[in-house]
Design a protein around this ligand. Structure first.
Ligand SMILES: Cc1cc2nc3c(=O)[nH]c(=O)nc-3n(C[C@H](O)[C@H](O)[C@H](O)COP(=O)(O)OP(=O)(O)OC[C@H]3O[C@@H](n4cnc5c(N)ncnc54)[C@H](O)[C@@H]3O)c2cc1C
Length: 274
């Protein structure tokens, strides 16, 4: 089972972020800003409002000054390979298949729901049972774990301890909460978001897929993928926005039709779904 636990984070994330931004825009020294927060001349509400305004801009480097530490367990090697592709603002420690030898040929693994729904989980378990036995045989024959692991499947579970800064976490959620991302990564990203929401909801709510109202607000994937996305209907595609802008600029916006006027003037207009 996938488990994601927020182990630690910047002691005062909102204060850290406020100070990082305020230092850029204020004649006050960071020490003076800190003192004003300390004696409540600057209130939590003022910090929140200021941060929200900054978050609407592209000034992102202050977001790197807030960090979150997570324990992540029960994820597959198929997931972990994607996870460690993130290169910036995130540090990983992952359970080793060199130093950890699975005992008795028992290795933990994940069976995707699609496999279960297809009724193929029994075959997967049977294969992994045989793999486990062979792994055990290899180890007993003196093959080191680092080589016996060549038998193991992508489904094998692994664990992480990571530290990620807020800017990087936003980026990871942009990509991995998107319905184009793999289900397991979406689940992990959603669980990280849920953990952050518990301790600092003011920041957690910004952890969205890139089409979220606090992020791009539109979809920049292909139109085909947008059309196939279950939330595509509540988010415009970027090409639609450009087409609309272009038509507006050229004075080519479709004029309201008679039926539109009829709907406007109707006492009880029929709601039209998107
Ligand atoms: C839906 C989806 C499908 C994917 N499919 C594939 C696939 O088929 N094959 C595959 O190999 N990978 C695939 N990936 C992984 C993808 O190519 C990236 O490796 C992954 O998203 C992490 O990289 P990043 O640049 O997004 O983030 P990070 O590495 O965390 O980087 C964060 C930001 O820093 C920038 N950055 C980082 N390093 C540099 C640098 N050296 N120079 C300039 N800018 C930098 C990035 O552009 C990014 O904006 C897929 C990812 C997604 C979300």
């Amino acid at each position: 089972m996938i488990r994601v636990t927020l182990i630690s984070h910047s002691p005062e994330p909102m204060r850290s972020l406020y100070m990082a931004y305020r230092t850029c825009y204020s004649a006050l020294t960071p020490q003076q800003v800190f003192a004003r927060i300390d004696d409540e001349r600057i209130t939590a509400e003022q910090m929140r409002t200021f941060i929200e305004e900054r978050l609407k801009t592209g000034h992102a480097s202050p977001l790197e000054q807030v960090y979150f530490e997570f324990g992540i367990s029960g994820v597959s090697r198929a997931f972990s390979h994607q996870f460690v592709r993130h290169r910036v603002g995130i540090s990983f420690e992952q359970q080793s298949q060199r130093y950890v030898t699975y005992k008795g040929g028992e290795f933990p693994y994940t069976i995707p729901d699609t496999v279960k729904k297809a009724g193929m989980d029994g075959k997967m378990e049977e294969l992994f049972g045989r793999v486990g036995e062979l792994y055990e045989e290899f180890v007993a024959a003196g093959v080191p774990a680092e080589d016996a692991r060549f038998l193991l499947p992508n489904a094998t579970n692994t664990n992480f301890k990571i530290t990620v800064n807020f800017q990087s976490l936003l980026h990871i959620c942009d990509l991995r909460l998107c319905t184009r991302a793999q289900w397991e990564f979406r689940k992990v990203a959603a669980l990280m978001r849920a953990e952050v929401m518990k301790v600092v909801p003011e920041l957690g709510r910004y952890l969205q897929p890139k089409c979220g109202e606090f992020r791009l607000g539109y979809c920049d994937e292909s139109e085909k993928d947008w059309a196939a996305c279950p939330i595509g209907r509540v988010r415009p595609h970027k090409d639609a926005l450009f087409r609309l802008y272009d038509a507006h600029r050229k004075g080519e916006l479709a004029p309201l039709r008679d039926e539109d006027w009829a709907a406007i003037e109707a006492e009880d207009p029929e709601p039209r779904l998107l």
